[in-house]
Design a binder for this molecule. Structure first.
Ligand SMILES: NC(=O)c1ccc[n+]([C@@H]2O[C@H](COP(=O)([O-])OP(=O)(O)OC[C@H]3O[C@@H](n4cnc5c(N)ncnc54)[C@H](OP(=O)(O)O)[C@@H]3O)[C@@H](O)[C@H]2O)c1
Length: 289
């Protein structure tokens, strides 16, 4: 059997259509959804991610406020800026582009963001709500993966899911989201023994290592009919590649996400969705359960 490619661009476009409609509704009520982006330091990759996110916003009618701090800025200056944005009623979402320069404590900075403007869903408060199964603002990559399952009507109930990643950005929040969908979830990482055996038992594999020299998910690690989600991004020669040996794994799998064109566009789309949710929360339109 040959599996089906999951088209992350098409699903992301469907999310964007919904967001565009929600933005139009909010504007009718006099609410102008606005995302503040904070770019600290001179990392070129981060600058281009921020530019893409701003472009995505303008495509769906969300306005942006661009804040840039030089490499030499202090933690206190960044905290003061976040404080300002937390109290700015015209700003609904705050995105601090990660990673921050090394002289800053990322955790303390994230903790400063108001939970109701936390469109990355990474503050301890929102991560806690996620563990309770009650978060409204969820981390973008894991919630984008759940959207893919929903779009392709991939039912996780009773399925064994293996996640190869335990970061706060991907693996930990995804664990909770897949558990909510009634999957039985195993989290693997660099110290996991017998990773291949775990993978071979999985109905769903989500891999997010991002270093082909350390890990590649090959065909012999995937059982027939499994669903494979590839979050990893690394360079293979001149090309962008994921963790998965796509051309061969798709011969065993039922569904596989490509890189590029799989999870990446979903992460971007979910930021827009979170910004609209944050704008709605700010006006009391969405209340937490
Ligand atoms: N497409 C997107 O939208 C998107 C979004 C987010 C991230 N990503 C990509 O996803 C990848 C992971 O991102 P991250 O921020 O989560 O990075 P990270 O914090 O470095 O996480 C990498 C994970 O891989 C595990 N790992 C490393 N070597 C391994 C091995 N040989 N076997 C099994 N597990 C191994 C690590 O285990 P330990 O915890 O034991 O070190 C860690 O849990 C990166 O390539 C990143 O660019 C893509």
């Amino acid at each position: 059997m040959t599996g089906q490619k999951i088209d992350g661009i098409a699903v992301a476009n469907s999310v964007k259509d919904r967001v565009r409609a929600a933005v139009a509704e909010l504007k009718k009520d006099g609410i102008e959804p606005c995302l503040a982006t904070v770019l600290a330091g001179d990392n070129q990759a981060s600058a281009s991610y921020v530019a893409s996110k701003q472009k995505d916003c303008s495509e769906v009618g969300i306005s942006t406020k661009d804040h840039r701090l030089p490499q030499s800025f202090s933690q206190q200056e960044l905290v003061s800026l976040i404080d300002l944005l937390n109290n700015d009623k015209t700003v609904h979402g705050i995105l601090v582009q990660l990673p921050l320069p090394e002289h800053l404590d990322e955790f303390s900075v994230i903790t400063m963001i108001s939970p109701i403007k936390d469109v990355d869903g990474l503050t301890p408060y929102n991560m806690g709500l996620l563990a309770y199964g009650r978060a409204l603002l969820k981390p973008c990559t894991p919630s984008g993966i759940i959207e893919l399952f929903d779009y392709y009507k991939i039912d996780l109930s009773g399925k064994h899911a293996v996640i190869i990643n335990r970061s706060n950005l991907v693996g930990r929040p995804l664990y909770h989201l897949m558990l909510e969908k009634n999957a039985t979830v195993t989290t693997c990482h660099s110290k996991t023994k017998n990773l291949k055996e775990h993978c071979l038992e999985a109905d769903v594999i989500v891999t997010a290592v991002g270093d082909r020299s350390r890990f590649t998910l090959t065909q012999d690690m995937v059982k027939s009919g499994a669903v494979v989600i590839d979050v990893g991004t690394s360079r293979l020669g001149n090309k962008l590649a994921g963790d998965v040996d796509y051309d061969n794994v798709i011969k065993n799998a039922s569904y596989v996400t490509p890189v590029p064109g799989g999870v990446g566009p979903m992460t971007r789309a979910m930021l827009l969705k979170n910004t609209v949710t944050a704008a709605s929360i700010s006006k009391g339109i969405v209340a937490n359960r």
